[in-house]
Structure formats: C-alpha cells, structure tokens
Design a protein around this ligand. Structure first.
Ligand SMILES: Cc1ncc(COP(=O)(O)O)c(C=O)c1O
Length: 423
C-alpha cells in the first residue's frame, strides 16, 4: 500500500524540494522499516561522527589511532586480506591500484563493456587505455573468449567486476591473468560480502577495490577501500593517497609517483566503520528475502534470478537483484515488466549499465584527445565493436530490482503481488 505513494511523493521532489525533504525525514522516522529505506543507520554512526567532530582530527593526514586506521583494520579482517587502504572513492581506489601496479601510458586494461563508466574513466585517469570485452549470456559476467579476442601485446591488466553483488568466475579470471602475465584488479565496489568460489570477493586480485558511495552495500556519503596482500604495494598506496608524499610510509620527504589526493575523511571513516559492524546481519536478512523471492518466481516462466558465476543464492550480496528475462519462454517483455513495475512504485534499473562505448566520450572520438600512446587503430576498432550479449541484456534480457524491494516484508509482498498481476 505504502509503495503506491512513492510515485506521488517523487513527483513532489523537484517542485517542492523543502516539502519533499520534510516528508522523507518523517517517513524515515516512522515508516523506515516498512519502506525498506536505504541507506540506513546500521550501527552507532551518530555517536561515531560526534566523537570525530569533538576531536581535533577530522583529516586522516596527521596523528595515530585515527578512525580510518580502525576502519582499515576491521575491513581487512572482514574480507580476510592483510592490508586495507582507505581512500576517497571507489574510482580513486581503481586508478590508484593501476598506478601502483605499474601501469603506464600505452598499457591496456580489459574490462566488461557494461559495467559502470567509472571503471573506464579510472583506467583513463590512471593514464592507461580501457579495452572492452563482452559478457556471457549464461552469467551476465565477463566472457572468456571475448577477453582473449580483445587482448593484445599491450594488455597489462584485467579488471573483474562482481556486478551488482553477483560473483565473477574468479578461478577462470585469475588463471587467465596469471597465464598471460597480467595484473588482476577485482572491482568489488558493489559486492561487499559476495563469495566467489568459496572465497570472499576481494581476496582474488593483486588489488581489490570497494566503494562506499551511492547504492553501495555500505555507505559513508562517499569513500572507498583498496585491499592487497602485498605489503610493499600497500605502503606505496598509502604514500600515493597523500599526493605521493612518502614521509609517513617511507620516512623520506620525497615524491616518486604521479599521485592524487586519495584521502578519506575521518568523518566518513567513522560512519563506514559503524556500517560495517551492522552489515553481516543486514546481509543475512537481505539474502533470506531474496531467497524467498527466488522460490516465489519459479512459477513465472522465463523469469529467473541471476547469480552470476555463483552457484547458490547465499553467495551474492544483492546491491540489486538481477533478473533474466528469457523471451523464448516468457510472453512478458522487458518493456511490459518495466512499465508495470515502475508504474506501481517499484524501484528498478537495468541488469547492467549502458554499454560504455555508446557514451559520447567514446562514440564521438573525444578519447583521442587523451589516449596518445598505443595502437590507436586497434583501440578505435574495439570502441567501434558491437557487443551483442551485453546489448541484448541491456535492451531485452535483464532487469534489476533495487535492494529496497527486499528490505521490508511490505515491499516484498507488494513486489510479488505486482508480478502476479503481470504474469
Ligand atoms: C562497479 C563499479 N565500480 C566502480 C565504481 C566507482 O565508485 P565511486 O562512485 O565510489 O567512485 C562504481 C560506482 O557506481 C561501480 O558501480
């Protein structure tokens, strides 16, 4: 019932922003659980922020025993990797990883064509060249034959993305990277707690990256994390997040690398640490709700919950639940599903992102102003390719249900009854 109000409330947002803000805070206070509001307070965030604000250390650069250090320790322990480096965003985590792993202009980095455009931008901002590969129809995850087809002499790294919290085939990608002499970066920005072939997402890459920004599993307003098992790399990354200053990590007041301000604010670190504390319980309940939904939709022919390369529903972390629409068995098209679900106040999205080479920067050739080294003809060919599987998923084959649909019994009931009317 409450969900029916969502489209009406949304229409207020632009016209009466103040009224909208007031309505949202009242709804969160009194109806938060029934509406499945997300992000949500999952620990003692308010007190943690107060503690930082009362201290004189709002910035990570100076001092010891700071909030970001406690967050790094907790995060490393949760994933099971020795070193965690807190940074300003997931994109920054990606570009710092590439720089620290030694990538240089002219080096190519392969990733899936239909991930967040942040990935391609991060490769470019690291000075390297993004090269795209298609996904597989069976998993919606990277297709090995497309990786091989699109790789070449200049390929130096592979980014494996656990899309929407579904696990990638990390054994295959790790073996491919090792056999080819490539670095492997795991993009787990959407996938905290995902399990890939028996190991947590974040334990397979030379580095792995997480984000605490919008729609991410835990949030801090913004923020990111890099994990690595390599102590030397961790030291390098810590220097790199302070504009390359090596004083804290190496005891030398010198700069060796082109670097950024990759720092995380102490206020953000305090919030993310509390989010992490509440996350295991949150994930457990989310998985239970999605499992219930998975069994429920078995009766709808041609509609299936996607688990990526995973085998069981308790291996995914569901930044959104991805559904496959198989039109050989279903009379219901993506458009009909989309219109009816969103028309009934159900928050949804595509099962992947728009193909990155369809974005103006790539389509109109603006990239040529930035990629100045490498086999430009080969790169241009890659950017001009049609990637049929990813396109099919975007146009017809998949739909994504936002996490909030599974965060309250009322929302889940509404989702089920809406589907019941469509099928
Ligand atoms: C898969 C993926 N990688 C990287 C990023 C970039 O993260 P951030 O927005 O924190 O820079 C995003 C953001 O949505 C993402 O979805």
């Amino acid at each position: 019932m409450l969900n029916r109000l969502i489209p009406i409330v949304r229409s207020f947002k632009d016209r009466y922003p103040k009224l909208y803000g007031g309505l949202v805070s009242i709804a969160k206070k009194f109806l938060g659980n029934r509406l499945g509001v997300y992000p949500r307070v999952m620990g003692n965030e308010l007190k943690a922020v107060e503690d930082v604000l009362k201290s004189s250390q709002w910035n990570m650069a100076y001092g010891k025993g700071l909030a970001h250090e406690r967050l790094e320790a907790d995060f490393a322990e949760y994933i099971g990797v020795p070193h965690a480096i807190a940074v300003g965003s997931g994109g920054m985590a990606l570009q710092m990883s590439m720089r620290a792993l030694g990538l240089k202009p002219g080096d190519e980095v392969i990733h899936q064509i239909d991930t967040c455009s942040a990935t391609a931008m991060a490769v470019l901002n690291a000075g390297a060249t993004p090269i795209f590969a298609d996904v597989s129809n069976g998993t919606f995850m990277l297709d090995q034959s497309s990786i091989i087809e699109n790789s070449g002499k200049a390929t130096k790294a592979l980014i494996a993305t656990h899309m929407w919290g579904n696990p990638e085939n990390m054994k295959m990608l790790r073996d491919q990277a090792t056999a080819s002499g490539w670095k492997l970066i795991e993009d787990a920005c959407l996938s905290l707690g995902t399990v890939a072939q028996g190991r947590k997402a974040g334990t397979w890459g030379d580095t792995s990256v997480f984000s605490f920004g919008c729609i991410k599993p835990i949030q801090g307003g913004e923020g990111g994390m890099i994990l690595t098992s390599n102590e030397g790399l961790a030291r390098e990354l810590r220097a790199m997040r302070h504009w390359g200053d090596r004083t804290i990590e190496f005891g030398v007041r010198d700069v060796e690398q082109l670097a950024w301000n990759g720092r995380m604010s102490e206020i953000v670190a305090a919030v993310v640490r509390e989010q992490l504390k509440g996350y295991p319980k949150h994930l457990e309940l989310l998985r239970e709700a999605v499992l219930d939904f998975k069994s429920y939709i078995e009766k709808f022919q041609g509609l299936e919950l996607m688990l990526g390369a995973g085998q069981a529903p308790d291996q995914s972390s569901y930044a959104q639940a991805v559904l496959k629409i198989d039109l050989t068995h279903s009379q219901v098209s993506k458009k009909v599903l989309w219109d009816n679900l969103s028309g009934n106040g159900i928050t949804l999205w595509h099962a992947n992102f728009e193909l990155i080479n369809s974005l103006s920067f790539f389509r109109k050739g603006t990239w040529k102003e930035w990629i100045l080294k490498g086999d430009l003809e080969r790169i241009e060919k890659n950017y001009g390719f049609h990637f049929p599987n990813a396109q099919q998923v975007y146009d017809h084959g998949g739909i994504g249900l936002a996490k909030m649909n599974f965060l309250s019994a009322e929302n889940l009931k509404h989702l089920k009854s809406t589907l019941e009317k469509i099928y």
